[in-house]
Design a binder for this molecule. Structure first.
Ligand code: SF4
Length: 315
């Protein structure tokens, strides 16, 4: 939903952040430039959308739907990278990028891969919108480019009742099938996006989701707590008093249980949501991401906790 990665990377081996992973792998930091292809999400068009989703929640202010990709890239370099990074991932984060007709999408992705400073693609999408007609030609393009391509599949939970509540309109089986086909292509990275704090889920339910995707061999994770954005169906439930949300302390304590089950080699792109204050209804922690990282690092150090600590048992 939002475009920030963990802003204050924690020194390994405690946690493999996006920042740490790519500094290790490429010898320098890389940024992510969110891009939009202008297509609406089919789940919103056909079924009203996920109850927590609001497009503005993950649209950077500089991104204008009317701009072409080159203009968006230029704006992204100026606003997001701000000279901190030269190299970047082209991050197809808006809506469901693979809903774009395959031929058009392949043309755009090939153009993005050709960018000299582009180190790869991140395709954020729904698991029921990953077709073989895209995967195999894209695998050829990725191999030819020598760059990286990560499929970041929105799952949120492995529990069917939660997927129903969220109005996802796909099942865990769709994630499972998409993951196998992405892995079969042999050149893609695979990531999962999970939300912690879905109404009705216990801490153990959340850990089951995490253990399940880790056992499937994912290499990247995007995790965050549930945030309620204004003017969403979730906001109505919240205002009716039907849902409980993590407090900051509860969430950090939960992360101390969750991080050990994530294999040490998995790259963690995010651990919390950071919606714009104007859009955020709850929970309001009044704490910047950097401060959250600091507090988490302190707790991990004090309690002797690190990523991968119990991953073997988890798998
Ligand atoms: S699938 Fe993604 S973009 Fe579409 S409504 Fe759900 S969260 Fe929003």
């Amino acid at each position: 939903m939002n475009n920030c990665c963990i802003s204050d990377p924690i020194v390994p081996p405690v946690l493999r952040t996006f920042s740490y992973h790519y500094r290790q792998k490429l010898g320098h930091g890389v940024g992510k430039i969110p891009l939009g292809l202008g297509q609406p999400c089919p789940n919103r068009l056909l079924h009203g959308g996920c109850i927590f989703c609001r497009p503005a929640g993950f649209t950077p202010s500089y991104l204008r739907g009317t701009d072409d990709i080159a203009q968006q890239l230029a704006a992204g370099k100026e606003h997001l990278l701000r000279g901190r990074f030269i190299k970047y991932f082209a991050y197809l984060q808006q809506e469901t990028c693979t809903a774009v007709p395959v031929e058009k999408l392949l043309y755009i992705l090939q153009m993005l891969l050709a960018g000299g400073d582009c180190v790869g693609l991140i395709l954020s999408t729904r698991p029921d919108y990953v077709v073989d007609e895209l995967l195999w030609p894209l695998a050829d393009l990725v191999r030819e480019s020598g760059k990286e391509c990560l499929f970041e599949l929105g799952l949120q939970s492995v529990h069917e009742r939660s997927l129903k509540l969220l109005n996802r309109n796909h099942g865990f089986i769709d994630f499972h099938n998409a993951a196998l086909r992405i892995q079969a292509a042999g050149c893609f990275e695979l990531g999962a996006h999970l939300i912690f704090g879905i109404p009705g889920e216990s801490r153990e339910d959340m850990l089951v989701s995490l253990r399940t995707v880790c056992a499937m061999g994912i290499t990247h994770l995007k995790l965050h707590h549930l945030q309620v954005l204004r003017e969403t169906a979730l906001a109505t439930l919240y205002e009716e008093g039907q849902i409980n949300l993590f407090t900051k302390e509860e969430y950090l304590d939960f992360l101390l249980r969750a991080l050990p089950v994530i294999p040490a080699g998995v790259t963690i792109h995010r651990l919390w949501a950071t919606a714009h204050p104007d859009l955020l209804l709850a929970p309001k922690w009044n704490c910047l991401a950097g401060k959250l990282s600091e507090e988490l690092r302190k707790k991990m150090t004090e309690q002797g906790v690190w990523q991968g600590q119990s991953a073997t048992a988890a798998a």
